[in-house]
Design a protein around this ligand. Structure first.
Ligand code: F6R
Length: 618
């Protein structure tokens, strides 16, 4: 939710800021802006719309200068327009601020400032920060930022410049991410690493309450009480090319096709000599043996991975598991304590509700294990232990490779848990061997979807035609059972996120308790009917839908004769695999189906409306 960047050095600031913002655009893209310092002057340019609108404007009239800040916005307070876009300036236009987060007491602060004569121009909560800093400014920007922020309640990551202090950028954070990038005679701050990776691999993660004071050749960090502290930079190993499209039309498509490789790496890295190893786990075996129950807490796609984890852990490791949405968990009184392991799952590691749930769990004495993709993110740092998915940067807003990577880690963790707790697994011996086949199975399946004219693209085109012919009346229903029920939720989520078509996921057994009323010739019903203990039950569901004129897309295991012969409207075949591992293989064509539907409708697949990659506000 909003990406911020700051630069000071010898390069043209505008160029660095724009490039950095293009790598942060996944965080928000309804407006963008920059502020650049030059010869005692502060120049601000901001535009409603995608970053390209701002870039065009800057091309026509460039801003020269070697220090500046930039922002790409996902609106919370105030509609997306030029005025509400960041940076915001104080009434004298001496100070410019970019902000990611929410200022909860902004109304009170605004009223106080207005009474003191400060005139506001935007509807945002963020503008108060510029005026507060101005109110406190007595010739030292860092001191003014520090005092101003004492009055602020809520979450923030900010970058600030002052026209009277050329070459200086101040950053501060509380509950929103901020990193520092250390270069040669240049320094950066940003919401996320890709923004600076082209220039440096040396990164410092700022903690809550810390303030950073940057010039081209100095970096001073102060703790919450204002004392200078030393922090060691970490070396980022991954490559900026991982954040490029590499010839694919969209990041989402590239990330879907990366899944076999991601899975292969996970298994290679974690399975050693027939055992599962998690180096960074930091939770001792004795503690794992004492666990009485597990709570899995996450949002969105990560929550769906968690639901699959429940099936796995209960079936194989015999520990009771419940799964919660982070936003629910944090506001009820969850019964977790010292004997509970709370597993938080998050691609970004910055999701505000999951972070708050993690803190709640720790306050209640539980051990917290994070399954996380982004190295050094807040969730990874605050948890007792962490297992990284190492899926590489996921840029498309709709999560794909992070999901199957989370599933892979949950399979491995299940095995690990059962081994440590000495639970005999029914198919224990073959578990890892079969699991390791998944990457090649996924690869073979994906090979048939390489061409633009693949079968899923055809289904999508037919749906599009059908939809238009029915005056936009059609919708989707996804049904699954048991371990593939979470995939029904995930398939529906993918579709609605990027194609804006109404889609619902349901456990197929619940169909008669309501959703069957929706069935006529309008909805398209995706039925996950791969080989499973509940296969016959799915067949009955499908017959019930067909009997009512519904259109069925059946997802079946390769070689399924029953459904092939029984006149399904559409078939999607996935490779045969043990039921427990089928969710990975089922997820992939559902992601592709959603992708092709959105492509048919001509939508912006990587940056769907109203969404942002990293939900750092409640
Ligand atoms: C769906 C999607 C979101 C995220 C959710 C949690 O495609 O991307 O539902 O899964 O916002 O995000 P993380 O995993 O970063 O905590």
């Amino acid at each position: 939710m909003c990406g911020i960047i700051g630069y000071t050095g010898k390069k043209n600031a505008e160029e660095v800021l724009l490039k950095g913002l293009s790598r942060l655009e996944y965080r928000g893209y309804d407006s963008a802006g920059v502020a650049v310092l030059k010869a005692g002057e502060l120049h601000v340019r901001k535009k409603q719309g995608k970053l390209s609108v701002l870039a065009e404007d800057l091309k026509r009239a460039p801003l020269a200068g070697n220090t500046g800040i930039g922002h790409t916005r996902w609106a919370t307070h105030g509609v997306p327009n030029d005025i509400n876009a960041h940076p915001h300036v104080d009434h004298k236009r001496h100070i410019a601020v970019v902000h990611n987060g929410i200022i909860e007491n902004y109304q009170q602060l605004k009223e106080k400032l207005q009474k003191a004569g400060y005139a506001f121009s935007s509807d945002t909560d963020s503008e108060v920060i510029a005026h507060l800093i101005s109110e406190q400014y007595k010739g030292d920007l860092r001191a003014a930022v520090r005092t101003a922020l004492k009055q602020v309640k809520g979450s923030f990551a900010i970058a600030v410049v002052h026209r009277g202090e050329p070459g200086r950028v101040i950053g501060a954070r509380k509950d929103s991410p901020l990193i520092v990038g250390l270069g040669e005679e240049e320094n950066f701050i940003a919401s996320d690493i890709p923004a600076v990776l082209e220039y440096t691999r040396k990164v410092i993660y700022l903690e809550n309450g810390e303030i950073v004071d940057l010039s081209g050749d100095t970096c001073v960090i102060c703790g919450p009480k204002g004392k200078k502290i030393r922090k060691r930079p970490v070396e980022i190993k991954w490559d900026i090319s991982q954040a490029e499209k590499k010839g694919y039309r969209h990041f989402m498509l590239k990330e879907i096709f990366e899944q076999p490789e991601v899975l292969r790496n996970i298994f290679k890295e974690r399975i050693k000599g027939g055992r599962v190893e998690f180096e960074e786990l930091a939770i001792r075996d004795t503690q794992i043996r004492k666990i009485k129950r597990i709570a899995i807490v996450a949002c969105g796609t990560a929550y769906h991975a968690g639901l699959t984890g429940k099936y796995m852990i209960e079936k194989y490791a015999k520990v009771p598991v419940w799964v919660d949405n982070s936003s629910e968990f944090r506001y009820r009184e969850p019964l977790v304590g010292r004997d509970t392991l709370v597993i938080v799952i998050s691609q970004s590691g910055e999701t505000a509700d999951t972070l708050a749930a993690l803190r709640e769990a720790k306050d209640r004495g539980a051990r917290v294990l994070a399954i996380c993709n982004v190295l050094g993110s807040s969730i990874a740092r605050e948890s007792d232990g962490v297992i990284y998915t190492h899926a590489g940067p996921e840029i498309a807003v709709a999560s794909t490779k992070a999901y199957t990577a989370q599933l892979a880690i949950l399979y491995l963790f299940t095995y690990y848990l059962a081994s440590v707790r000495k639970v005999a697994m029914t198919d224990g011996r073959s578990f890892l061997r079969r699991l390791k086949r998944l990457p090649s199975l996924a690869e073979r399946m994906l090979a048939q979807y390489h061409s633009r004219k693949n079968i899923l693209a055809r289904y999508a085109a037919e749906f599009h035609e059908y939809y238009l012919a029915r005056n936009n009346k059609s919708c989707f229903l996804y049904l699954g059972r048991n371990i593939n029920y979470p995939n029904a939720l995930e398939g529906a989520l993918k579709l609605k996120e990027i194609s804006y078509i109404s889609a619902e996921g349901y456990p197929a057994g619940e169909m008669k308790h309501g959703p069957i009323a929706l069935i006529d010739e309008n909805p398209w019903v995706v039925c996950i009917a791969v080989q499973a203990d509940t296969y016959e039950k799915m067949l009955s569901n499908i017959q019930e839908i067909k009997a009512r004129g519904g259109i069925v897309i059946a997802v079946v295991s390769a070689g399924d004769k029953t459904l092939r012969d029984s006149k399904m409207n559409y078939l999607i075949e996935v490779p045969r695999a043990p039921e427990a591992f089928s969710p990975v293989l089922v997820a992939i064509p559902l992601q592709l189906l959603a992708y092709h539907v959105a492509a048919e409708f001509g939508y912006d697949i990587d940056q769907p409306r109203n969404l942002a990659k990293s939900v750092t506000v409640e």
